[in-house]
Design a binder for this molecule. Structure first.
Ligand code: SF4
Ligand code: SF4
Ligand code: SF4
Length: 385
């Protein structure tokens, strides 16, 4: 069946975001699954994702429709997680904005709707999987990736402690520490992890990880709480969740700027962010943290936990060649390590610490982040000769 033109018009607007939305069959099918033709027609009147936030009356004029009718459609879409709304206190009014395909529609659709009919969601989940793996992973490559890994808190705290004891400047900067990112937040909410909800609709067993693990910050927290799919969290609760996630082998990730709207806790099998790095060996889909693990081999009991928990398979056992076992140790592959600290969090022997080895900086604002991302886009459109 041919798609009505409204979906292509909507795709065209989504394509204006820095991570593009190309014309691909799976994308048009996703849009037709998420939106009725009337909804798609209305949303295609936004000028671009996020940047063109409008009040409902401004938008009703643009759409030449009744204000009440547009408000009803918009508020229904917000409840379903697929239209963004925030309250402007100064003007005492709501503003609505179109979301990008990702970050946006994918995450909020699945986070806001974790318990839909499994059979009905199976096909759309396959279209989203095609989008995630074959389209998004290509479009999200840049010399300045939009996402960066945040190291687990416990090993960084230990590092700071050790450095202070030897009176050296730890030079650990605020954006490198989850606690500081949370301290700068006005509001925090926890929502279900979209990638694992999506994995469940694909029929995968996601039960080995917790589901409610995505931290939304500030206006994204306001949105999730006001639409009923986010639970308000204190900073202590958020820190505790991060520790639980690191113990479970999940990787903290956030936006590559001081201004950020989430801290995700990502698993290696379902995560849209880790997928490019792990499955496709793209090292330009995320920014590694500034830390690497440092091993004290004398303390290591060869229990294998760090090897089993490492999300990127950067660790393995070097079985001894020597009879006296002197070369029996855990090996580390730098090119596969993202500096998440999961290995250090899970080593009960204290044999792994984190060490700061890089000084990569984040951008101050989202505008700078997206400009740098766009300027560094790579890997696309290379037509083989
Ligand atoms: S990016 Fe990570 S935490 Fe966020 S929804 Fe995906 S797996 Fe979950
Ligand atoms: S978790 Fe610790 S003790 Fe176990 S193998 Fe890894 S480094 Fe050694
Ligand atoms: S070795 Fe693995 S678990 Fe440890 S920091 Fe690197 S990627 Fe994370």
């Amino acid at each position: 069946m041919t798609q009505p033109d409204c979906y292509e018009r909507l795709r065209h607007k989504l394509n204006l975001f820095f991570i593009n939305t190309p014309k691909a069959p799976s994308i048009l099918k996703i849009l037709a699954h998420l939106f009725t033709p009337e909804e798609a027609e209305l949303l295609s009147l936004f000028n671009a994702p996020y940047l063109d936030a409008r009040t409902v009356d401004t938008f009703a004029k643009r759409a030449k429709k009744d204000i009440g009718q547009v408000r009803e459609i918009f508020d229904t879409l917000c409840k379903r997680g697929i239209l963004f709304k925030y309250f402007n206190k100064n003007e005492d009014t709501d503003y609505y904005s179109l979301m990008a395909m990702l970050p946006g529609l994918f995450e909020f659709y699945y986070s806001a709707n974790p318990s839909l009919n499994l059979e009905e969601e199976a096909r759309p989940a396959e279209w989203f999987e095609d989008y995630k793996v074959n389209i998004f992973q290509e479009e999200a490559r840049s010399t300045f990736p939009w996402v960066r890994v945040l190291p687990a808190a416990a090993p960084v705290d230990k590092l700071i402690e050790v450095n202070q004891a030897v009176s050296s400047d730890p030079e650990i900067l605020p954006f490198e520490i989850a606690k500081e990112v949370l301290d700068q937040c006005r509001r925090i909410a926890v929502i279900p992890c979209a990638c694992r909800v999506h994995g469940r609709y694909l029929g995968r067993d996601v039960s080995k990880w917790p589901i409610e693990t995505c931290l939304m910050l500030n206006s994204w927290a306001d949105f999730a709480i006001s639409q009923g799919f986010g639970r308000e969290f204190s900073k202590d609760e958020a820190e505790q969740l991060l520790h639980t996630c690191s113990k479970a082998g999940l990787v903290h990730s956030t936006m590559n700027s001081m201004q950020t709207y989430f801290i995700c806790n990502c698993d290696p099998e379902n995560c849209l962010i880790l997928a490019g790095f792990i499955r496709r060996r793209y090292n330009d889909t995320l920014t590694r943290s500034n830390f690497i693990p440092a091993f004290d081999h004398t303390l290591c009991k060869k229990c294998g936990t760090c090897i089993e928990k490492c999300p990127t398979n950067a660790l393995s056992r070097h079985y001894p060649h020597a009879s006296n076992l002197e070369d029996d140790f855990v090996t580390w592959r730098e090119e596969l390590c993202i500096g998440c600290g999961v290995c250090a969090t899970n080593c009960t022997q204290g044999a792994i610490n984190l060490q700061k080895v890089r000084d990569s900086k984040v951008k101050d604002s989202l505008v700078e982040l997206w400009q740098s991302f766009a300027a560094g886009k790579c890997g696309l459109h290379n037509k083989p000769q």
